[in-house]
Design a protein around this ligand. Structure first.
Ligand SMILES: Nc1nc2c(c(=O)[nH]1)N[C@@H](CN(C=O)c1ccc(C(=O)N[C@@H](CCC(=O)O)C(=O)O)cc1)CN2
Length: 291
């Protein structure tokens, strides 16, 4: 079943995300601009953290025949309507177009194969442009799905990131780190210019960095978890998109924790990637609002 069959890619539908300083009139102005263009709002969600001038967030999904052709004029009109009297940022996203995604992996296969499998089943409105890895382990599996696989060793980090940029720039809308065990440099993230989502195999902020399951075993935790977050220069401290947990006990070895944690990692990462591809995630002050 394709993403379109599953209602994840919507012909002639778009989302409009608006966020910034809250004040009266925002909803009315947005709705009137859309209505003037014949757009029919099919879903709307919003949040204010303080109606007296705090932060305002809104996601609207609307149907508009021939949206792609109407989009430029719609943008102009919304800009004219909001720019003078409001302190807001906004973006349109064409919900009929899948996101182009590059997946980075190292040796672990579960998150990588889960994303490939869900994409092939039409559960994720995205295409997989390529897989990039610093190990050859997954090459045969990935190429078996007809997906380009690029082995980029990371002994020379600068050379690796230069190759990553050559492969990625202009070709992807999103990078997903599916248990990719290399730290991305700040200059690389700056040059890349698209969001990066990582799955960290712990319930952040617990156990930042390498080997979280070993650390969890040593700490004797009763819950383990996984966290999907946007990647920033601060290791595992980027804005959290999704998390989940599963119970653990003294009977679980670190290996058993890793085995049980893998299921949580796959669920958390796929939910985060889905919500990002649907333009449901708004960044605000190192946190996210997820509609
Ligand atoms: N700039 C960022 N890069 C990466 C992040 C991030 O949040 N910001 N998340 C990691 C993923 N990760 C845990 O989920 C992780 C991966 C690797 C290590 C680590 O310490 N690895 C090596 C060092 C590798 C290197 O220096 O590049 C090690 O074990 O010593 C910690 C956490 C992905 N990248």
């Amino acid at each position: 079943m394709s993403p379109r069959d599953q209602g994840l890619l919507l012909p002639d539908h778009a989302s409009l995300v608006v966020h910034g300083r809250d004040q009266p009139g925002i909803v009315a102005v947005v709705a009137s601009v859309l209505a003037r263009h014949g757009a029919n709002i099919v879903a709307l969600d919003q949040h204010s953290d303080d109606p007296a001038g705090g932060a305002f967030f809104q996601r609207t999904v609307f149907h508009l025949a021939n949206y792609a052709a109407c989009h430029p004029l719609l943008e102009q009109e919304l800009d004219a309507a909001l720019a003078e009297d409001f302190d807001l940022e906004w973006r349109f996203t064409d919900l009929s177009v899948p996101k182009r995604v590059a997946i980075f992996a190292s040796k672990s296969d579960h998150c990588l194969l889960d994303l490939i499998w869900r994409q092939r089943r039409g559960e994720l409105p995205m295409t997989i442009s390529m897989v990039v890895s610093n190990h050859p382990d997954m090459a045969e599996d990935v190429r078996g799905f007809g997906i380009p696989f690029f082995l980029v060793p990371t002994q020379d980090k600068a050379a690796a990131e230069a190759e990553h940029l050559r492969l990625l720039q202009g070709n992807v809308d999103l990078v997903v780190l599916a248990r990719y065990m290399q730290i991305l440099s700040s200059p690389f993230l700056e040059a890349l210019g698209v969001p990066v989502i990582n799955i960290h195999h712990s319930f952040l902020p617990a156990f930042i960095g390498a080997a979280p399951y070993r650390k969890a075993k040593e700490r004797g935790v009763k819950l383990i978890g996984a966290t999907a977050h946007y990647v920033t220069e601060d290791l595992d401290e980027g804005p959290i998109i999704e998390q989940d947990v599963v119970r653990a006990s003294h009977r679980d070895s670190a290996a058993e924790l890793a085995r049980r944690g893998a299921d949580v990692e796959r669920q958390v990462l796929s939910r985060a990637v889905l919500w990002h591809c649907q333009d449901r995630v708004i960044l605000h002050d190192r946190q996210t609002i997820v509609f």
